[in-house]
Ligand binder design. Sequence first.
Ligand SMILES: [Zn+2]
Length: 280
Amino acid sequence: MQEPTDAAQRRAIRPVICYPNDTLPRPDLTLYRAARAASQKTGEVLVPPRDAKCFRVPAGHFFRISSVEGPQVGDLNLWNAHDLSERFYSGKSRALHGTHLGVGERMWSSFPTLRPMATIIEDTLGWYGIDDFGGSVHDVIGTRCDPYTGNLLSGTQYHHCCHSNLTRALADETGMILTEAEPNVHDVLNVFMCTGFTRDTGQYFMKASPVRPSDYLEFFAEIDLLGALSACPGGDCSSEHSSDTAACYPLLVEVFAPPEGALADWESPSVNGYDRSHGR
Ligand SMILES: [Zn+2]
């Protein structure tokens, strides 16, 4: 195809950030960390390999996802514990913060609430940064491994993809049947997963996660949360997912409660202020 004569000039235009985020409400990390330091553990859930488990975290409490036994990535879903229609919005979190989330960044909820559900307060993989391939950890660019894409690409019937794991876990937690639970499962935060886009073809890539046992990612719950975490059948995602061939390990979720008064005048964020009249 013939390029226009000014092709080079058009390509040379500098990009602008879609959503400059300097007006986003800032989390008070100093306050959160001080409250976390004084917190007591209230419970834990061990997520078995190639399976998922639910957990609950009250607003103002903390949860930590840890690598135990071996390198393993996790697919995280979050819902408002009182209304499952308010759920993590991976795409908007990506638009606001970038392709991968880190300390001080938020997991935002779906429309019409669009508010912080959880804030990342500690990340022992924060040192990783962005590698020479453009890869980084904890992405909001992937969706979750699922049996439909596997069937589309290779005709398989595999039942332990994160999508199915999360569906079973939510059904078990809520008493819903699988077909009721499934539509509530949504695009995830890919905890510990190392991913990016290839520069030459723009394709989604993964590589062996740098996570090691004792690494963790820690969150402050901004609202009452129901969470579900799947220990991905991809293990460290160094080669493949959607099969039983990769070495897989459990993931540990721990919940912590701060002492009375530790959060001073912190308040759970209210729902988004748009009036929802949509021009009518
Ligand atoms: Zn997965």
